[in-house]
Design a protein around this ligand. Sequence first.
Ligand SMILES: [Zn+2]
Length: 335
Amino acid sequence: MQITAETPFKASILPPSLFKTPSDLPALNQNASRMPWQHTIKQPITCVGVGLHTGRQMRMTLSPAPADHGIVFHRIDLPGSAPIEARYDNVICTRLSTVIANELAPEVRVATIEHLMAALHANGISNLRIDIDGPETPVLDGSAAEFDFLIQCAGVATQAAPRTVIEILRRVHVEDPNGAFAELRPARSGFALAISIDFTAPAIGHQRHAMPLTLQRFRQEVGFCRTFVERKEIEALQNMGLARGGSLHNAIVVEDDHVLNPGGLRHPKEFVRHKLMDAVGDLYLAGHAFKAGFMGHKSGHGLNNRLLRAVFASSENWRLVGNEVHSKAAIHATA
Ligand SMILES: [Zn+2]
């Protein structure tokens, strides 16, 4: 990666079309945030930008989808290819980003979905068709803020179907030998997250952040926080074919106690807050929102995915609350 302030790409957000979806129910929209309904977007919207790891220019269109559809990606550059459901058991790689693929065709994949998934989770979007002409979502500014902006531009439509929530019934914990762990615990209501990180780079160091997941708190505290990398890692990443689209416009780059981005940080705890945002995105691959508490220490995409697999490995860990009949099929419990 060139450490340069030159703009390597032009991300552009195209105006939404005038298409109106049948699922657009204005009568329900007035109280959308207070009512337990499913949501999609009101009209299609497109963005264009470079992929963080591939370095390729990607065009992605979000479109409304009917109730109980879920979040589904389509690789339109691979005509006739199978769709890819945004589900934890379709995750095939978690090295630096979360990559999903069709279970029958691993070459039909989409990488770096976590920031888009975080914005969808925070906005309560449960049904969406995503057309993309390459193997990775555009990274845009390296945070979830521009995906959130896309959703705002398209508008949120409430659908005439109740939403489903996954209630965690007992503590589920996964860990790595280095002390990193991730866990979900029962909670009385809502979904709250607490996460801590510990980096040797003094510019990052030890940071902790906790918050309940609401759209307002997401926007105020974590949605704008960018992905980050240590400068010494960049060459090795690029030799592995990763980070080829990275620049100071879509990632924080640190070296010892310095932040190399000319504009500095957007928040002193931007690093841990980005990690919390990543978890919001990764955990939405459960297929529904949670009634639970999440705790993570030095956790990342790999532990987040192992945690979901551990949850759904036993039906004693969880139950569906709400639209159970419709949503049982959306969760592929492995036990
Ligand atoms: Zn991230």
